[in-house]
Design a binder for this molecule. Structure first.
Ligand code: ADP
Ligand code: MG
Length: 189
């Protein structure tokens, strides 16, 4: 299918005991995909390495196994792609790649700031999917920082208003799984 996952890791491979701030029951409930039928969104927030992408990929694999159309991208790749389409006067057609799938995953919101056009295109996409199709989004930034990220607090508020209206927010507070062995051996303080 058209998923384009960055790696293949299932929810079964996720160690919930390592990340006790995550409500495992909520993740199991999301894995039923009922939220997709209700066109709700899922937002994973937290610092690098805590499992945001893994959980998004795991849910994507579940959705695919249920026969749903899924598209996975990062925010920077998404915006680069829409900018290119906009320049070539085929934005409307290209937008369908992102509005069409039942489930759209936008990974890594917050690593790179958006310029005016980028912020505008992001708003257009979020508006187009609002109450029509689910989004799973991951971010290392709190919502209060989105104004700075988008270079425009009014636009950021409008995006968050739509994104968060029907959303499950999973705030992950914990250590990076990537660093867990180093934390154990004390190399990291
Ligand atoms: P990020 O939050 O930065 O997106 P990832 O989800 O990509 O981090 O996690 C980084 C790496 O650690 C991945 O290989 C992922 O599979 C693994 N990982 C993270 N958390 C867990 C966990 N609780 N159990 C098993 N593997 C994990
Ligand atoms: Mg990630």
């Amino acid at each position: 299918k058209l998923a384009r996952l960055p790696y293949r890791k299932t929810l079964k491979e996720f160690d919930f005991t390592f990340q006790p701030s995550i409500d495992e029951k909520l993740i199991r409930e999301l894995a039923t995909m009922a939220f997709v039928y209700r066109a709700e969104n899922v937002i994973f927030l937290g610092p690098p390495g805590v499992g945001k992408t893994h959980l998004a990929v795991g849910l994507a694999i579940e959705a695919l196994s249920q026969g749903m159309s899924v598209y996975f991208t990062s925010l920077s790749r998404l915006i680069e792609d829409l900018k290119k389409a906009n320049k070539e006067n085929r934005l409307e057609k290209r937008m369908r790649i992102y509005t069409g799938p039942k489930l759209l995953i936008i990974d890594e919101v917050g690593y790179l700031p958006l310029d005016d056009l980028g912020a505008n295109l992001f708003f257009q996409l979020i508006s187009a999917r609002y109450e029509r199709g689910s989004i799973i989004l991951t971010s290392n930034k709190g919502f209060g920082e989105w104004g700075e990220l988008m270079g425009d607090t009014v636009l950021a508020t409008a995006v968050l208003d739509r994104l968060l209206h029907h959303a499950h927010i999973i705030n992950i507070r914990g250590n990076s799984y990537r660093l867990k062995d180093r934390l154990k051996t004390g190399l990291y303080g």
